[in-house]
Design a protein around this ligand. Structure first.
Ligand code: OOG
Ligand code: NI
Length: 465
């Protein structure tokens, strides 16, 4: 037995502490958690097959603790230290997201656990964006922003010491793990006192509201924390009953019998009081709420089809409302198979394979070797469940960003068109990875590897049954 606490446990404690903190900071988040819990309970009661399957895959428990959050940082050094901080909790940078296409001057990754057991234990993830100062138009404003950012330290001395200790020892003991959670949480806390005067805030905000959010505060406050629901349409419908006003449209694919990838909706950012340097009062909108429904992870082929159909659906004038938007999506997605066997056989989605021990009795190891996967599935010796998509979607993320940068009208379905041209920088993964101090993990390769490993393990288990 190791003397060190497992990263999975540290992550679970941290996720729980973050949830408690955010609930205190943003009461609507607490209301949303209650609503999601009610809808999940009702969905599972009405769909026993779904409940059994979640149970069998060991995914039932993760649902109630599953959250993702998001932060935005300003410098490569901040991002690199975050990578080390998240590593203590078993979270690696997965995927690269270019948001500049959507007029948001950042690029991003998601820190998350990567293996089956860790995901089952607690799949906590943090969508993490890095400001791209080269996309700030005005040279003087860019310099001012960098100067402000370089003067701050978003980490406590305590957390930095514990990160170093964990790296040197190969882990943290019980007491250090608890201290780490407390100290790490400080980085994500909201500070209502801005580090700059009103004039500076306003000039940065005029360039892009996101730049002011990243630059003008002591830390990268967590800007939302998202529970996972099994029925996002129902949650969206009931949000007003809980005093929550959702954004106009649900992002991502339409409702399906076999849910695809990720669907998301959010509620508008809160206008919160802040105090500028020199003690002038003002307000800032940064923090919001979001819910997500997760579906199956798609292969590169499935993803290409998804991207094409989504682009088709988004052509032309924006839909008038969510119902019209969803109808248009459903029509466009007619071309995407909606049963599990077809998704699997056509190589569109990833599956997790399981051995059905009781069925294997009649098959020798040779017969198992000779039979193809399809035959074993047909004979009931193997079964396959959709692999949950653990990542994010850049088009959806852009929609979430846009609707939460302090826009007050319900026009969040359309990107901020005037800004679009200004911030277009194109992807720069190499620059992002240089800042991070590591390569990001390729999410498609990760799903493929987990699928292969689950199939091999299932076949082995059948042969030894
Ligand atoms: C991140 C927005 C992206 C999601 O769920 O797609 C995101 C942000 O606003 O900082 O969280
Ligand atoms: Ni989010």
């Amino acid at each position: 037995m190791s003397q060190w606490i497992s990263p999975d446990r540290i992550r679970a404690r941290f996720s729980h502490a973050m949830s408690t903190m955010y609930r205190n900071e943003v009461p609507q988040y607490g209301a949303l958690l209650e609503l999601v819990e009610v809808v999940n309970r009702e969905t599972l009661a009405a769909d026993t097959a779904l409940a059994e399957r979640l149970d069998a895959a060991g995914d039932a428990q993760r649902l109630s603790v599953e959250r993702h959050g998001a932060i935005r940082v300003g410098t490569p050094a901040e991002l690199a230290m975050l990578r080390r901080l998240f590593a203590v909790m078993g979270m690696l940078p997965v995927g690269y997201y270019d948001l500049s296409q959507a007029g948001v001057p950042v690029h991003s990754t998601a820190f998350r656990p990567v293996d089956d057991d860790a995901l089952r234990a607690n799949p906590f993830r943090v969508f993490t964006s890095l400001l791209r100062p080269e996309l700030i138009e005005s040279a003087s404003l860019r310099e001012r922003a960098l100067e402000i950012l370089h003067a701050r330290d978003i980490f406590t001395p305590g957390v930095k010491a514990l990160i170093e200790r964990g790296e040197a020892q190969g882990g943290l003991d019980e007491r250090d793990a608890d201290a780490f959670v407390d100290e790490a949480l400080e980085t994500f806390r909201w500070h209502s006192d801005a580090t700059v005067d009103r004039a500076t805030y306003e000039s940065l905000s005029a360039e892009h509201r996101l730049i002011a959010d990243v630059v003008c505060f002591r830390g990268p406050h967590i800007n939302h924390l998202t529970p996972r629901t099994l029925d996002i349409d129902e949650v969206q419908r009931r949000m007003p009953d809980y005093g929550i006003e959702p954004k106009a449209t649900i992002e991502g694919p339409p409702r399906r019998r076999c849910p695809l990838l990720l669907r998301q909706t959010s509620f508008k950012a809160l206008e919160e009081p802040v105090r500028f340097a020199g003690s002038e009062a003002g307000s800032h909108t940064a923090r919001f709420g979001e819910i997500e429904q997760r579906g199956v992870a798609l292969t590169a082929k499935g993803r290409a089809l998804y991207d094409r159909l989504l682009a088709d659906a988004r052509e032309g004038a924006p839909a008038a409302d969510n119902a019209a938007h969803q109808a248009r999506l459903e029509a466009a997605f007619d071309g995407f198979p909606d049963d599990e066997a077809a998704l699997r056989r056509e190589g569109l989605a990833f599956f997790h394979y399981w051995p059905a021990r009781d069925r294997a009795a009649g098959l020798s190891a040779n017969e198992i070797n000779a039979a193809g996967v399809e035959t074993l599935l047909e004979r009931g010796a193997l079964w396959a469940t959709p692999m949950v998509y653990e990542d994010f979607l850049p088009v959806s993320a852009a929609g979430i960003f846009q609707s939460n940068l302090g826009q007050t009208r319900g026009d969040d379905a359309t990107p901020d068109a005037e800004r679009q041209g200004e911030s277009q920088g194109g992807p720069n993964q190499a620059q992002f990875e240089a800042a991070l101090g590591a390569a990001v993990v390729d999410e498609i390769a990760l799903y493929a590897e987990r699928e292969r490993a689950s199939l091999n393990a299932a076949l082995e288990a059948l042969k030894t049954a």
